[in-house]
Write a protein of this length. Structure first.
Length: 132
């Protein structure tokens, strides 16, 4: 399958898979995106892109607690992945881990000071309110 061809041709196949995953998420096929990402993660357990797509699908499926460990790994592998750090903040926030969410939002704002949602969600987390 296309997903497993990532192992044979990591450059080209990885790009095609990322585009496919993004399309699934945009079309709200979260279960399909999650299934594809899991298949890649079975073959390549530290594939940050697959973890990123799986985490995003979990968040959209209202499974924030399942997204956090995946995003922890993405941030560990790619500390410069500010979108993953922001999404981890959102996942923590939805799980009412306000301290963790605040930490993530503040770190995002260090590198992206104009990030509007990070600013808004940081304010809400500081007040103990859910993200909206």
């Amino acid at each position: 399958t296309e997903r497993l061809s990532v192992l044979r041709d990591p450059e080209g196949a990885a790009e095609r898979l990322a585009a496919e995953q993004e399309a699934r998420l945009q079309s709200e096929d979260y279960a399909g995106a999650l299934s594809d990402a899991r298949e890649v993660m079975q073959a390549r357990p530290r594939d940050a892109d697959a973890m990123w797509f799986a985490a995003r699908a979990h968040i959209e499926l209202q499974q924030a607690a399942k997204a956090v460990p995946l995003l922890d790994l993405v941030v560990e592998i790619r500390p410069e992945h500010h979108a993953a750090r922001f999404r981890r903040g959102v996942a923590r926030h939805r799980a009412q881990d306000f301290e963790g969410a605040i930490d993530d939002y503040e770190k995002v704002l260090l590198f992206l000071p104009k990030h509007r949602l990070a600013k808004r969600y940081l304010s809400q987390a500081n007040q103990g309110l859910p993200p909206s």
